[in-house]
Design a protein around this ligand. Structure first.
Ligand code: MNH
Length: 451
């Protein structure tokens, strides 16, 4: 039992009036979350027509149908592919059917529990480096910037083992530029705005993207020639060896590069966001922060957490889950219906956009008690499987989920054991969706060493 604040942590004012075409376009540019009607947190489904027919689905049974039972009828939306294809090709994240299946089978062993645990030391090292940076910081710190640095260190080390030949900052910068470039325009398609609004296209040939691919190609070529490195195999080693267990097919160099870039793009900012929002909610609920710090101190003392410590940090894990509930990094999943269907009594036609606003699902009044409040102990009992979808579900569930959770717990526990984080009045982060759910302006907190 914690002494929890009466107020809710940062949230978005959801739309209470229909926005119309122009209003929708303007709102989409500002914050995709504001397109979600407030009734989406009270009704199982909301449908509409803004150019195209769309449905927002919050009903767990229907979500199970879309993501699992009839997954073939609900491939990733045309828009998702339009946005991501130029960057990551027809890789695991966007491929469908047989081409998706063999890549998933080939990559799966790299993300098995055993391999994820073996990658633990990389995460521990990143947590230590983060502590060193924070110990040197003065005054208010943007913790989002800090956690981006930490998770980027992890993902670049586990994809390319930091071969030295690989310029981290360059890749980081390319990805950022790419996301910033595409996000703005792409949101219009997510909600099916009419074709007369200008679309990207040319944007995709940007120099940032070329650079990013070039860097990955170089790392792959260098590794293919070099002898095996010491230490546990990284994702590049594992993918170089990967084979479809059924057909024996291995990945060619383009497929390898596209999938490694996918892991970097999908795995780095999402985990950084989870950590930044987690530190914000810890500052928001000091009583919870103290309890988590005590848990971490008891398990670790002042050393950094390792993969073996995760089981001894259950409150930290509940905080991570509660953070993923309130601020799901992938706050909006979307599909394009291929076959006629009925969801919650509503007619779905082929071509309809089917959105899953995870943000609204996680704050739904029929599914959660005091949905906007922060309370990690609600995870003492497992939620309904299809009411909590930070990683999606079914065959297309996030391949990196256990990787991300292990990383988040290791870094969060290490930081909480060593520092205390406090809010700075007037600098509340605002949730804003640009491809992912970001804290607008950063997460500014004051940081003090413990002891
Ligand atoms: Mn990840 C798919 C969320 C960390 C690699 N990821 C998904 C999906 C969600 C998601 C949601 C499903 C999308 C959909 O159904 O439309 N992922 C997250 C979150 C975190 C995260 C919230 C961190 C927290 N993801 C990671 C990490 C990696 C990764 C770390 C890799 C290192 N994710 C993927 C890949 C897919 C994916 C690859 C696509 C899997 C597939 O389609 O088979």
């Amino acid at each position: 039992m914690f002494d929890l604040p009466d107020a809710d942590p940062a949230k978005v004012q959801l739309a209470t009036k229909p926005l119309g075409l122009w209003g929708t376009a303007m709102t989409a540019r500002r914050n995709l979350l504001e397109l979600i009607p407030a009734i989406a947190t009270r009704q199982p489904i909301v449908s509409g027509k803004t150019g195209l027919r769309w449905h927002m689905v919050m009903d767990p049974e229907s979500l199970r149908r879309i993501l699992k039972d009839r997954v073939e009828d609900y491939p990733k939306s045309v828009t998702t592919k339009l946005i991501l294809n130029p960057a990551i090709g027809d890789s695991l994240f966007v491929a469908e059917g047989a081409h998706w299946r063999w890549q998933r089978r080939a990559a799966a062993p790299a993300f098995s529990q055993r391999h994820v645990e073996a990658l633990g030391p990389v995460m521990t090292a990143a947590a230590e480096a983060s502590c060193r940076r924070l110990a040197a910081a003065q005054g208010p710190v943007d913790l989002f910037e800090e956690t981006v640095a930490a998770t980027f260190e992890v993902i670049s080390d586990v994809t390319f083992s930091g071969d030295g030949m690989f310029d981290r900052d360059a890749v980081h910068h390319s990805i950022d530029a790419y996301i910033a470039q595409t996000a703005k325009v792409s949101l219009m398609d997510v909600i099916g705005l009419p074709a007369w609004l200008p679309r990207p296209g040319r944007l995709f040939a940007g120099p940032g993207l070329k650079r990013m691919k070039g860097i990955a190609d170089q790392a792959i070529a260098a590794r293919a020639e070099a002898a095996a490195t010491d230490g546990p195999p990284d994702l590049l080693d594992l993918l170089l060896d990967a084979q479809d267990p059924e057909t024996g097919r291995a990945m060619n160099r383009d497929e390898l590069r596209d999938n490694l870039l996918t892991f970097i793009v999908a795995g780095h900012e999402t985990t950084a966001l989870t950590l930044a929002w987690a530190l914000y909610v810890c500052a928001f609920a000091p009583d919870v922060q103290e309890a988590a710090a005590a848990e971490a101190r008891a398990a670790l003392g002042t050393r950094a957490a390792t993969a073996a410590d995760v089981g001894a940090l259950p409150l930290t894990m509940r905080i991570v889950n509660e953070t993923l509930r309130l601020y799901p990094p992938a706050a909006f999943l979307s599909r394009t219906a291929q076959a006629p269907d009925t969801l919650c009594g509503r007619e779905v036609r082929p071509g309809d956009t089917v959105m899953m606003p995870i943000y609204a699902l996680h704050r739904h009044h029929l599914l959660w008690d005091r949905p906007d409040a922060f309370d990690p102990d609600r995870f003492l009992t497992a939620p309904d499987r299809y009411a909590f979808l930070p990683f999606g579900a079914g065959p297309r569930i996030c391949i990196g989920a256990s990787f991300a959770l292990q990383e988040a717990v290791i870094i969060l526990a290490t930081l909480l054991a060593n520092f205390r984080f406090d809010r700075i009045p007037g600098r509340e982060p605002q949730p804003r969706m640009i491809l992912t759910l970001r804290p607008d302006g950063g997460v500014w907190l004051s940081v003090r060493p413990r002891d």
